[in-house]
Ligand binder design. Structure first.
Ligand SMILES: [Fe+2]
Length: 139
């Protein structure tokens, strides 16, 4: 299975945010790998779905804190995109509480959905703030 890979094409020009995006992909890759590994315990997959959700939410909040701090004019539409992703993650988290759920399948699905979401979100949405944040002195 192909791994999510951060390359300079995905740079938003701000080091701290690039590093978070790289870490986000790393957690998604680990979750796919673990979900596909028959030797891994189901609990391990559940824990990683939780970790991916936690990290994703932490990351989105980091961006939104910068929007607040610098009064980013396009914050509302950007946050709306984050919220759609948050809703999807919440539905995965609800699913893992259901005994009937195939945890490995959902783990893999959540990771692939998240990695693909981030690929598109960086290129289509995040890169719009690069110029603004750099002008505000963020690096
Ligand atoms: Fe974003």
């Amino acid at each position: 299975m192909e791994q999510f890979k951060w390359t300079t094409k995905y740079s938003v020009g701000i080091k701290s945010i690039d590093e978070q995006h790289q870490h986000f992909f790393k957690v998604a890759n680990l979750l796919v790998e673990t979900a596909l590994n028959d030797a891994a315990a189901k609990e391990e997959v559940i824990a990683l779905i939780g970790s991916l959700g936690d990290y994703a939410f932490y990351h989105l909040k980091t961006e939104e804190d910068y929007f607040d701090k610098f009064k980013y004019p396009d914050a509302a539409e950007h946050i709306a995109e984050h919220n759609k992703y948050r809703e999807q993650v919440k539905s995965y988290l609800d699913l893992i509480r259901d005994e009937k759920t195939d945890i490995r399948k959902i783990g893999k699905e959540a990771a692939i959905f998240s990695g693909n979401w981030l690929y598109h979100h960086i290129l289509l949405v995040d890169t719009k703030y690069t110029k603004f944040f750099i002008e505000k002195g963020l690096e």
